[in-house]
Write a protein of this length. Structure first.
Ligand SMILES: O=C(O)CCC(=O)C(=O)O
Ligand SMILES: [Fe+2]
Length: 259
C-alpha cells in the first residue's frame, strides 16, 4: 500500500529550480507565478476568445467549453484525428494570442531560465509531427479526476513521461469560488476501479483522507500543479476562462508541452 508523504508546505511556492523539482516529486502542492500576465493582456485575450467562441466537449457533463484540442479526447480514437486537427488549433491559438501575448512562449522562456534548457512542444514522429499546446477553456465545474499520459496515452510519445504537471493561466476569474482543489494523492493503476462508468470522474472516497490544497483563481496568475494528483474545480460566481497545457518530464530530463 502506497503511503502518501505529507507536503512540505501548503503555501503557493514561487518558480525556481528547487520548487519545480519538488513539484515534479509531489513534495509541494503548487507553484504560483503571480501577475504572469497584466490585466490588460488578459482582457485582450478574453476579447479575442469571445470573437472565436467556445466549442463544447462531447460526452462531458457538466459542460466544459474549449478552443483547441486535447489528446485525451483522441486517446481511444487514434492518433490521426488529433494530429490532423493540430494545424487548425494552432491557427486559432495564434489568432487569439497575436492580439495580446503568447502564454506558452512566455512560460517556456521562464522554464528555460529557471529549470532546464530543453523545453519543447511535444513531438510524435516524422509522420505526425508536433502536438498542440495552449488549450483555452471555460470550466464551471470539473469532477474529481487526474491527467496522466502513462494512463491516457500509453502508445503515444507523451506516454513516456515520468511525471506530469499542468499549468493554468487565469484570464477571467470568478468573483467568488471556482477553486481548484488538488489532493495529495497520486493516481495508481488500482484506482481505475473507482472511475465512474461513462464519465471522466472518480469516486470521492479516494480522497476522503487526503491533504488538500485550494488553488484560488486570480486573473493574471499562473498556477502549476502535479496533474497525477486527483483534482477538481468547484463552482464559482462569474466566468472562469483559462489557458493551459501539460508539462511532462521525459526520462532524459527534457520538458515537453502538449494539450
Ligand atoms: O481550471 C483549473 O484550475 C484546473 C483544471 C484541470 O483539471 C486541469 O488543468 O487539469
Ligand atoms: Fe485536470
Amino acid at each position: 500500500m502506497l503511503r502518501a508523504t505529507k507536503w512540505l508546505t501548503f503555501n503557493d511556492c514561487e518558480m525556481n529550480q528547487k520548487n519545480f523539482q519538488a513539484l515534479l516529486r509531489n513534495e509541494i502542492p503548487s507553484i504560483r507565478i503571480s501577475k504572469f500576465a497584466s490585466s490588460e493582456e488578459c482582457n485582450k485575450l478574453a476579447l479575442a476568445i469571445e470573437k472565436i467562441g467556445f466549442d463544447f466537449y462531447k460526452n462531458v457533463e457538466p459542460p466544459i467549453g474549449r478552443i483547441g484540442i486535447t489528446q485525451f479526447e483522441y486517446g481511444n480514437r487514434g492518433k490521426f484525428g488529433y494530429f490532423d486537427a493540430v494545424k487548425k488549433a494552432t491557427t486559432n491559438y495564434n489568432q487569439v494570442t497575436s492580439l495580446s501575448f503568447d502564454p506558452v512562449k512566455r512560460l517556456t522562456t521562464i522554464l528555460r531560465q529557471h529549470v532546464s534548457s530543453k523545453v519543447q512542444i511535444a513531438y510524435e514522429n516524422e509522420v505526425y509531427g508536433y502536438y498542440f499546446a495552449g488549450l483555452i477553456r471555460q470550466i464551471n465545474i470539473a469532477l474529481l479526476h487526474i491527467d496522466f499520459a502513462q494512463l491516457d496515452a500509453p502508445d503515444w510519445q507523451i506516454g513516456n513521461i515520468t511525471s506530469q504537471l499542468v499549468w493554468n493561466l487565469y484570464l477571467k476569474a470568478p468573483s467568488q469560488g471556482g477553486v481548484c482543489k488538488v489532493y495529495n494523492r497520486q493516481w495508481q493503476p488500482e484506482d481505475e476501479k473507482y472511475k465512474t462508468p461513462g464519465s471522466y470522474g472518480y469516486d470521492y472516497s479516494l480522497v476522503s483522507s487526503s491533504e488538500v490544497k485550494h488553488n484560488i483563481p486570480l486573473t493574471g496568475d499562473l498556477v502549476i500543479f502535479n496533474s497525477r494528483n486527483f483534482h477538481e474545480v468547484l463552482p464559482g460566481i462569474g466566468e472562469r476562462i483559462t489557458i493551459s497545457s501539460f508539462i511532462g518530464k521525459m526520462p532524459g530530463g527534457d520538458l515537453i508541452f502538449w494539450s
